[in-house]
Design a protein around this ligand. Sequence first.
Ligand code: BAL
Ligand code: ZN
Length: 872
Amino acid sequence: PQPIFRKDYRRPDYTIDRVDLRFELGEETTRVHATLTVRRLDGAPQAAPLVLDGENLRHVSVALGGRELSAGEYVVSPTSLTIPAPGAAFTLATVVEIRPQDNLELSGLYRSSGNFCTQCEAEGFRRITWFLDRPDVMARYSAVVEADKAKYPVLLANGNRVATGDLDGGRHFARWDDPFPKPSYLFALVAGDLRCFPGEFVTRSGRTVRLEIWVEPDNIDRCAHALRSLQASMRWDEDKFGREYDLDIYMIVAVNDFNLGAMENKGLNLFNAKYVLARPDTATDDDYDGIESVIAHEYFHNWTGNRVTCRDWFQLTLKEGLTVFRDRLFSADMGSPAVARIGDVLALRTNQFAEDSGPMAHPIRPESYIEMNNFYTTTVYEKGAEVIGMMRTLLGEAGFRRGMDLYFERHDGQAVTCDDFRAALADANGVDLEQFGRWYSQVGTPVVRARGEYDANTRSYTLTLEQAPPRGRTSAELLHIPVAVGLLGPGGPLPLKLSGETAAGADTRVLELRERSQSFRFEGVPAAPVASLLRGFSAPVELEVERSDADLARLMAADPDAFSRWDAGQELGRRVLLRLAADVEARRPLALDRAFVDACAKIVADPGLDGSLKALALTLPNERLLGQHQPVVAVDALHEAREFAVQALAAALREPLLAIYQSSAPQGPYRIERAEVDRRKLRNLALAYLVTLGEPELVALAVSQFHLADNMTDSEAALACLIDHGGPERDAALAEFHRRWHKDPLVLDKWFALQAASSHPDTLERVTALADHPDFNLLNPNRARSLVGVFGVRNQHQFHRKDGRGHALVADKVLAIDPHNSQLAARLVAAFNPWRRFDPTRQQSMRAQLERIAGQPGLSKAVREIVDRALA
Ligand code: BAL
Ligand code: ZN
């Protein structure tokens, strides 16, 4: 397959103003009737053919302006329907047949748990009917859905339900009209046996919107959190961005088989059930947070994505980076901004930085793709959100809002580009964001080097910042980088005064780095300070700065910026662990750095930190992050070093950790409240440390918590400890968990995932056996990800076992999944992307698997694109 290039974008010759659809849903065959109202665009050649996209369609008929065309008047290929010179304005009516029950790609119209549902982003609509399946074709849609009434009592589509009724043969129909023009990727349809969890929202202009969460009947008691999250999102978007909802109804449907997290179809969101369903005994605190943020994300798309959409798929970050950024602001407002920011940065560094330095590195606005679905990446989403965040930092909150208002005012109802967005922000604020625009085209993680010099005579501190190309690249254009800094004096944070200013201001300043190197002189600095750099992670860069362990320990204890405190602790922890890994490799005796233990002890005892922040501060950097800081990832040494450090820390802090554990037992039933979440986070972290000591009475704490917990957070945390511990306690707990939850797919996913992530040395054998477990199902994306995805991506030590069996296992599953669901297989095969970062034996093993996959006849273009890039 040939790549598609951004530079080759051409507007279409035709557009479609109206789409009238009729679906005859059937068990064997589904018929789709589509009437398109088509118009040739100004400037297009009169003789331009109309070429509609299609995939896996059985063509039945086509009529132009009411006249059925004969075979010689059009051309059908496996991927297109061409009408030569159809005219300037006309209707085109097509009929096709499709087989949703055979659609395991889960793209287009497919079946999940017996129900019909759709997923059309990015290019799924062409698997439903012939269409100009590109986001810059925006049309008004109506959809009539017909199905057996007993089997599919609920019939949903986008917009407002305008008619329903019975048909012959026990069938019925519903007609839905969507008044807003939309691209085809936002089309949705659902038919099934579902129950509604209803609610409402009164908009600030006084309109009542009906809210409906549709789930399988058994799940009706798991919808309250999703509904609350939706209502909170709707209010927040009004308060913070002045954006009101625009239809009379907003529906969310939970689907068990879903490739993504969720999908923002206009007025009818389809969700992976994982991001809807929550009950205290089935969902963890993190699940609750995940639901809140994904519900918000999809809701926010109504304006950033749906009302204003993307001109072409290269612009995906226009809607995704921006909407992730908006859902992050929301989550920060709903909970703890520092905890939210730490979680985001940890994920960015672990996943996106790795992507940015591997074979799939691409700018947030890619220049080319073979399979668009491969570019729904952490770079487009999370780095894209960082880029939006930097613009907000540069413009300030009010300036950003001005820019957003102008963006909506200019582009409502249009399909636009990232440049249009940036222009709105710049124009609304009278600023120049030209240089900043390079963030959209540059690949890789830039490096910022910092160096500070204190002059006691002038009581000044000069900070020099330099930008350098990403590691492994020799050149890069100069970027516009906001670097938030603070200075810590002996008595605490210093008010900052740059040379030339008359008075000192706040204790955090945003310095704008635009040159290769710039110096900033702070005055009135009473003594040599410790610089706190990149506060709040003000730019997605790698910071290089020489500072002592003691400086880091000081920042870890006293930086007023909670993010930077955590970050300093992570850097210190990373140094300690990398030194330990070097000791392992040199066969030197291991000893945990005393100063680091002391710094951790201070965190444990700090009354000013909440439990979540303490738990984050006391969690050592993961092995994948550590590996990023080694020239060749020392898989075994890193694992041994980290395991040693965890145990040594547990031994050193045994008493205070035990005291925390014992003094913070739950008082009453589970409540999803911030203070309770904090309490559970810290208590479960204490338990995790304590169980590593292997003392029977400490292991018994986990056993007892596992049995007594009234909620999944505590139950899962205890089970994770026992799985890592091994032995009969593990086997008993796993058996018990399975017995209790084997009929509950989302909870059973946890059972698989916990075992796949385990640090226990027998994990590979267990994962191999689990792949043959009767409850394992390769074709369900959540299940496949919970075992194969978690093992391949999150378990560095076991996946990269030197004997290559971990690699073979994941490759086997990729090959087994690819013929059915190439999108899922392409996600899983990405586990091999970092193969060049390992030692020769592991490289050889991974390369052999990549070559085996590449040599597979009939490999999908999605997987081929990933493996070809990996091997290139
Ligand atoms: N648009 C795909 C799913 C999401 O990012 O919301
Ligand atoms: Zn999104």
